[in-house]
Ligand binder design. Structure first.
Ligand code: AMP
Ligand code: MG
Length: 329
């Protein structure tokens, strides 16, 4: 099989209606979608991605009405939904019966978000029901931020990839658990912890404490190696001032790619790359996965990339890099 890349919403709906998962664009990364009521199509998502069955899927809805069909909506959830949806914020809430067990990995909770991308929204609207969708990559590969990247990773097993151009944010959604009325950040993402705290005027806990308090809760952090290029990835503080020790000197200097977050104040060499030519973290985040995937194909023996400041979307960049890196030096 070789997937067709196209821009026809009708074609995407045709395949979904005949029980075949389809890759769809979202503002975060490309998703591999199936209708919520089609358990056999959802099973195919797990098989095609080689995703373990204990890793639950995010339900994608148009807005609060469909949210109420799948989850118990607390006043706190409603407040967040009014402000941040549609957008890259996933909420974990108590599920309703209608959600198949396969979607939640048998848990009593469900993760839900409302995507911004107009093509994705049109598919939900036409099918008249929510869609479940994890990222459209094979398990532990990098999440795709363009239709071409979906095709490279999964083109051999898919029928159709709906092309919506490059993803605006380029990182997976922020996941916030609202269980027990105690907001807990399960995955940092495009909507930052600071933004959420400012908006709610309350403290948001980090994921680790959540895992201790609520053991069965599955969180993306449980898979330490989630996104990894094949080329050894070294994660360092500041590239410009980095002085490798004797053990690392030859690896750092020979046939290696060096990735800056922002442009340094000098001309770049052929083996040097910049995530954000404009010098802003949002742009760096949007380019991160496509840069790693691009460099992975260029035949370097190692990739060296620097840390982002730990604020705003910088936290999400560092979260993904900490799991992608083979070495932190
Ligand atoms: P993705 O692989 O980007 O689609 O992200 C899906 C992630 O959402 C999973 O890896 C889970 O960790 C998280 N998730 C989905 N459902 C739940 C849930 N009910 N409780 C906690 N986390 C969830
Ligand atoms: Mg994923």
């Amino acid at each position: 099989m070789s997937a067709i890349i196209g821009t026809s919403v009708q074609e995407a709906i045709h395949w979904l209606a005949s029980g075949q998962p389809v890759a769809l664009p979202t503002e975060t990364v490309y998703g591999l979608a199936a209708p919520l009521d089609d358990v056999s199509c959802i099973k195919k998502i797990y098989a095609l991605k080689q995703r373990p069955a204990n890793n639950p899927l995010i339900v994608h809805v148009l807005g609060i009405e469909q949210l109420q069909q799948v989850a118990e909506v607390s006043p706190l959830a409603e407040k967040l939904v009014q402000h941040f949806w549609p957008g890259p914020l996933t909420l974990v809430l108590k599920r309703k019966e209608i959600v198949p067990d396969i979607v939640t990995a048998g848990q009593t909770t469900v993760a839900v978000r409302s995507p911004q991308n107009p093509l994705f929204r049109e598919v939900i609207r036409t099918l008249g029901q929510p869609l479940v969708a994890p990222s459209a990559n094979k398990f532990q590969h990098i999440s795709p931020t363009s239709a071409q990247q979906v095709s490279q990773d999964m083109g051999d097993v898919l029928n159709y990839i709906l092309n919506g151009g490059p993803c605006q944010f380029g990182l997976e959604s922020t996941i916030l658990s609202l269980l027990n009325n105690s907001p807990t950040l399960l995955r940092p993402g495009p909507i930052s912890k600071e933004q959420l705290q400012d908006f709610l005027s309350m403290a948001i806990k980090d994921r680790d404490s959540a895992i201790h308090e609520d053991k069965p809760l599955l969180s993306p952090g449980l898979y330490k190696k989630h996104y990894s290029p094949k080329t050894p990835l070294y994660w360092i503080e500041k590239l410009e001032s980095y002085q490798p020790t004797e053990a690392y000197r030859s690896i750092f200097e020979q046939n290696s790619a060096h990735v800056f977050l922002m442009p340094p104040n000098r001309t770049l060499q052929a083996s040097e790359f910049v995530l954000s030519p404009q010098g802003d973290l949002q742009e760096a985040a949007a380019h991160l996965f496509s840069m790693l995937q691009h460099l992975d194909m260029l035949g370097f023996q190692s990739i060296w990339i620097e840390k982002a400041p730990n604020v705003g979307i910088g936290r999400a960049i560092n979260d993904r890099l900490s799991r992608a890196a083979h070495f932190k030096v």
